[in-house]
Design a protein around this ligand. Sequence first.
Ligand code: ATP
Ligand code: MG
Length: 350
Amino acid sequence: MNSKYQIAVLAGDYIGPEIMASGLQVLKTVSENTDFDYEISEVPFGGQAIDQTNDPLPDATLETCQNSDAILLAAIGGPKWDGVEKSPESGLLRIRQELGLFTNIRPTIINSTMKSFSPIKITEPIDFVIVRELTSGIYFGQPREKSQTQAIDTMRYSSEEIRRVAKVAFDMAMQRNKHVTLVDKANVLATSKLWREVVIDVAREYPEVKYDTSYVDSAAMKIISKPGQFDVILTENLFGDILSDEAAQITGSLGTIPSMSKGEVSPALYEPIHGSAPDIAGKGIANPLSMIKSVAMMLQYSFGRMDLAKQIMTAVDKSVDKKIVTPDLGGDYSTTKVTEFIVDSIKESR
Ligand code: ATP
Ligand code: MG
């Protein structure tokens, strides 16, 4: 039997391969001389896969992902594939569907090291996650129609779709500060009323977790005015899409934020929240922190290696503290130099 963890690696397009190299180097360093044993399979995905096979998600890539314990993705897409029939992004939608990745989780962390980048005044440490339903709601509901004078989108949810993502949120809260806020528009929307009914039921299974609700308009204000009050924000697809970009903005550092998409049984997928940044590709200046933190998130959530994740996060903080950072964070270090610094600090800390 092969007891090594299998990790599927999808480097993707433009800056994708540049930051993936950093992530893998850090993974290798942090697992050296430990019992964390893994094997990677690098497979084509997105634009890179379209060039090779005319398909953003080739069967072989999907199969590798299905047989892995976790998936690391850097970034896909870009102007080279504008207007192709099967876009790189359609590959991403398909992989989510095939693997049943119905939850997307994004952390927003602003500690004393990062607070100088925030466009808002940070008076207390910020550390919350948004747990967003990813495979249902208005982006998928039928009917969807458009004529010259009228258009229809449909927001639809089943109680089962709500329950499974709610459980992810409460499980996450149990590992964190035991507080879940459901964000909805229950004063107007029927779907939101169902969310409230189902989530209160799930909340009863987690008596230790404080549970409250917030309307989405009010939550949008609080993310700016009182972000410290949140621990886990649970919300549906459209609201989560908008709020998670808002939350990313208050960190002031798009190039540093990881994310995780997970389902019930399949391997979880970890990726930076930003795109493939064609404007800076090939210049060696892409910020690798989002990818490196995606590796840390994978170690923590897929493999239960909080110890290794912590080593990475400490080294990342140190690089920001010492201003060993790429131009997007005001430094003049290259992707490679930042990565080398992080690798060296991990080695020194042992
Ligand atoms: P997508 O639609 O794929 O999300 P996008 O149009 O939102 O793409 P991104 O690729 O996310 O754009 O990039 C937005 C801006 O942020 C660009 O100017 C890009 O150069 C910059 N950026 C994104 N990621 C990084 C990074 N890791 N390091 C430095 N700059 C980055
Ligand atoms: Mg974008």
